[in-house]
Design a protein around this ligand. Structure first.
Ligand SMILES: [Zn+2]
Length: 78
């Protein structure tokens, strides 16, 4: 399960959270109990590159950029 970074605007706290694929963009609850913390889009995990320069969220399609399957059995990123 991927680890995402979230930011709570109410207490200005950043925290990390394991989120299932497809749930990364949902609002989270911070360690202090505030609902509505938003995911921080880091340099590493924000977007994957598209052929035409467009960006797409990670999480759809194959498990990582170097695998054509979804199992990631042929690379070290899984
Ligand atoms: Zn908070």
């Amino acid at each position: 399960m991927p680890l995402y970074e979230y930011y709570c605007p109410q207490c200005e706290t950043r925290f990390e959270l394991l989120s299932p694929m497809g749930r990364a963009n949902d609002a989270a609850t911070c360690p202090n109990g505030h609902a509505g913390a938003q995911r921080v889009l880091s340099v590493f995990s924000a977007v994957s590159k598209g052929a035409g320069g467009e960006t797409a969220p990670i999480g759809g399609g194959s498990a990582c950029d170097t695998c054509s399957s979804s199992s990631c059995s042929t690379c070290s990123l899984g």
